[in-house]
Design a protein around this ligand. Structure first.
Ligand code: FAD
Ligand code: SF4
Length: 532
C-alpha cells in the first residue's frame, strides 16, 4: 500500500493549483492526482497554421468532441448548453479566454438584496486579500479605477483596445453606458519569467508564448519547488471513508491503469463543478447511500452555467479579426437588479475582436450570409475581419432540478460512470437574454455595424460549471460550510466552482481561485482543530 499523505488534492486546474501552492508552506506531505498530463506549449494550435481547424478536433472545448484519453464523457443531451472543459495539468485554464472579472459585492447577498436564491456565508470583503494574492500569482493586467468594483490594483497595465475595442468604447460612450478595459491574465509586460503577449492570435487554444496564465505555468512550478507532488494520468474513482465516517483516502487508476489506494489525512476536491459532483456521487457507501457529503441531497443539484448569447455585426472597414486576445473590454451597465427590465439580477457584456478566417467561412455559410456562386469571394472579403462580437453573460440562478447525476449506462475508459446533465433555462434567464440581446443591438448600431447575427443560448457555451456542492451555513440546504469543509465529512474539503452559492453575472475563475486561497488559509489557521 502507498504511504499515507497529509493532503490529497483531486484535480490540478484553476483551484487545485492554487490550494496546493498555498498549503505547501505548511510542509505537510501534499499529493495532487490529475487525470490529464502536462501539455507542451509546442503542441498548442497557436504554433501552426491549422490553429482554427484544431478547435474542431484535438483542442475542441467539449470533452465529448475532443475525446482524448484524459477526458471523460459527459451526457449533456438533455441540456441546451453543452459542457466545456479541459483535463490536463492546468485544467480548463489551458483553454480559457483569460477574461478575469471578479464577482461583485452584491453577488454574495442576492437573498438580502433581491429575495432570490441564498446569500453566501462569505462576502467580497473577506475575499479581497485573496483576490489580490491570486492576481499577483496569475499575473493580471488591467486598469485601476473601474467604478463597477471596490478599489483594486492590477499588477500590470491593461491590454490595448485595438481597432475593435476602440470602436466599442466609442459606441458605449455614445450610449453613456459603463465600460472598462478588461482585467485579463495575459501579460502586458515581462512578468515573473513570462514574456509579454505578442498578439499571436486567439488565446483559447493555449498560448505558446506563455503570456496567458494557465496554472501549469503560474502556480504549479512554485508548488512543485515547495515540495508538492503532482501525479499525472491518475484518475480518481472514489473517495473512501472509514467506520467513523471520515475520509481515509482515494481509490484511483494510475498511469498504467492499475487501481491504487492512496491513504490521506485530508482530501480536497478540485475537480470542477461537474467532476466533483460526479466523484461525490460515485463515492456512495453503506454509510452514505446517496453519495458522500450528500445528507442534504444537494450534491449535483443547483447546477449553474451562465446562459450566453453572442450578438455580432459587420462594419465597413477591416478591424482586428483574430489578431490579439479575443476580449479586451467589458460593460457592467446592466449588472445589478432593475425590476423594470422584467427580470431579477443582471448580466455583463464581454466585448472583443472578431473571429478567424475559417470560423468566418463556416459560420457565415451556415447562417446563409455567404452563398456559393459568382459573388462568393467578394461576399467573403466583405465579411472577413469586419465582424465585431459582443458576448452577453447572464446570471443563472440556482434551481434544484438543474442537476448532475451518474449516467446509468455511459462510462469512461476506466469504467467509472459518466456524469449526466439535466438542465433547462429558467424564464428569468430567457427574459434576461432578451434584454441583453436588444441592448447589444443598440451597441452594435452605435458602433456602425449591420448584418446583425445572434446565437442564443450559445450551444457550445458551457464554459462555467457551478453550484453542485454549494456553500452555506445550513447543513440541510448546502454541502460545504463557509470555509469549504463538507458538513458531513470533517476531513473533506471542496475548493472548485461547485461550491458557488450563486453564479454572479461574470466569468468565475478569478473568484474560484480567490476562494481556493481563502479556504487554504482557513485550513492553515485551523490546523490544530481541523477535524474537531
Ligand atoms: C474554452 C474555455 C474558455 C473559458 N474562458 C474563461 C474566461 O475567459 N474567464 C473565466 O473566468 N473562465 C473561463 N473559463 C472557465 C474556467 O476555465 C473555469 O472556471 C476554471 O478552470 C474552473 O476551475 P476548477 O478548478 O473548478 O476546474 P478545472 O480548471 O476544470 O480543473 C479541474 C481538474 O480536475 C481534473 N479532474 C477531474 N476529475 C478528476 C478525477 N476523477 N481524477 C483526477 N483528476 C480529475 C481535471 O482533469 C481538471 O484538470 C473557460 C473555460 C473553457 C473550457
Ligand atoms: S494573444 Fe497574446 S496571450 Fe493570447 S495566445 Fe496570443 S500571445 Fe498568447
Amino acid at each position: 500500500m502507498l504511504d499515507k499523505v497529509d493532503v490529497l488534492i483531486i484535480g490540478s486546474g484553476a483551484s487545485g493549483a492554487a490550494v496546493a501552492w498555498s498549503l505547501a508552506e505548511t510542509k505537510m506531505r501534499i499529493v495532487c492526482l490529475e487525470q490529464g498530463d502536462w501539455v507542451k506549449p509546442t503542441d498548442y494550435p497557436t504554433n501552426g497554421r491549422d490553429w482554427e481547424a484544431r478547435q474542431f478536433s484535438d483542442f475542441h472545448p467539449s470533452p465529448n468532441r475532443r475525446a482524448r484519453p484524459s477526458d471523460y464523457p459527459v451526457n449533456d443531451d438533455n441540456s441546451p448548453i453543452k459542457v466545456l472543459n479541459f483535463n490536463a495539468v492546468g485544467g480548463s485554464t489551458i483553454l480559457y479566454a483569460a477574461h478575469y472579472p471578479r464577482l461583485h459585492p452584491s453577488d454574495f447577498k442576492v437573498k438580502t438584496l433581491d429575495g432570490v436564491a441564498d446569500d453566501w456565508p462569505i462576502d467580497y470583503a473577506t475575499l479581497d486579500p485573496f483576490f489580490a494574492e491570486n492576481d499577483r500569482m496569475m499575473g493580471v493586467s488591467g486598469l485601476a479605477g473601474d467604478p463597477a468594483y471596490p478599489a483594486k490594483q492590477p499588477p500590470m497595465p491593461p491590454l490595448g483596445l485595438g481597432k475593435s475595442g476602440t470602436r466599442f468604447a466609442k459606441a458605449l460612450n455614445t450610449l453613456g453606458w459603463h465600460w472598462w478595459p478588461s482585467d485579463t491574465t495575459l501579460t502586458t509586460t515581462e512578468y515573473e519569467g513570462r514574456a509579454p503577449c505578442i498578439n499571436l492570435g486567439h488565446c483559447t487554444f493555449g498560448c505558446a508564448q506563455g503570456a496567458k496564465a494557465s496554472t501549469d505555468i503560474t502556480y504549479w512550478p512554485q508548488a512543485l519547488r515547495a515540495g508538492v507532488e503532482l501525479r499525472t494520468k491518475c484518475r480518481v474513482s472514489r473517495i473512501e471513508t472509514g467506520p467513523d465516517g471520515m475520509a481515509t483516502g482515494v481509490t484511483y487508476f494510475d498511469q498504467d491503469g492499475v487501481e491504487q489506494f492512496q491513504p490521506a489525512e485530508m482530501v480536497i476536491l478540485a475537480a470542477n463543478g461537474i467532476g466533483t459532483a460526479r466523484l461525490l456521487l460515485n463515492s456512495a457507501s453503506e454509510r452514505f447511500p446517496t453519495g458522500l457529503a450528500n445528507s442534504s441531497d444537494q450534491v449535483g443539484r443547483n447546477f449553474m452555467f451562465h446562459p450566453y448569447a453572442s450578438i455580432y455585426g459587420y462594419v465597413d472597414e477591416p478591424l482586428d479579426g483574430n489578431r490579439a486576445s479575443p476580449l479586451c473590454l467589458w460593460s457592467h451597465e446592466h449588472y445589478e437588479t432593475d425590476l423594470s427590465r422584467g427580470f431579477v439580477r443582471g448580466y455583463s457584456y464581454q466585448l472583443g475582436r472578431g473571429v478567424g478566417a475559417i470560423t468566418e467561412a463556416i459560420t457565415s455559410t451556415a447562417a446563409g450570409r455567404l452563398p456559393w456562386g459568382t459573388d462568393h469571394h467578394d461576399t467573403y472579403r466583405g465579411l472577413l475581419n469586419r465582424r465585431i462580437v459582443i458576448a452577453a453573460i447572464c446570471e443563472d440562478l440556482p434551481e434544484a432540478h438543474n442537476r448532475i447525476t451518474l449516467d446509468p449506462v455511459l462510462k469512461d475508459s476506466h469504467g467509472i460512470p459518466a456524469p449526466k446533465v439535466d438542465y433547462t433555462m429558467s424564464e428569468n434567464s430567457h427574459r434576461m437574454l432578451d434584454h441583453a440581446i436588444a441592448r447589444a443591438k443598440d451597441i452594435l448600431a452605435a458602433a456602425g455595424a449591420s448584418n446583425i447575427g445572434v446565437d442564443r443560448p450559445i450551444l457550445f457555451g458551457g464554459w462555467h460549471l457551478l453550484g453542485t456542492a454549494r456553500m452555506g451555513d445550513d447543513p440541510t440546504r448546502s454541502v460545504v460550510n463557509g470555509w469549504g469543509r463538507t458538513h458531513d465529512v470533517k476531513n473533506l474539503f471542496i475548493v472548485d466552482g461547485s461550491l458557488f452559492t450563486t453564479s454572479g453575472g461574470v466569468n468565475p475563475t478569478s473568484t474560484i481561485q480567490a476562494i481556493a486561497l481563502y479556504i487554504a488559509d482557513q485550513i492553515k489557521q485551523r490546523l490544530a482543530t481541523l477535524f474537531d
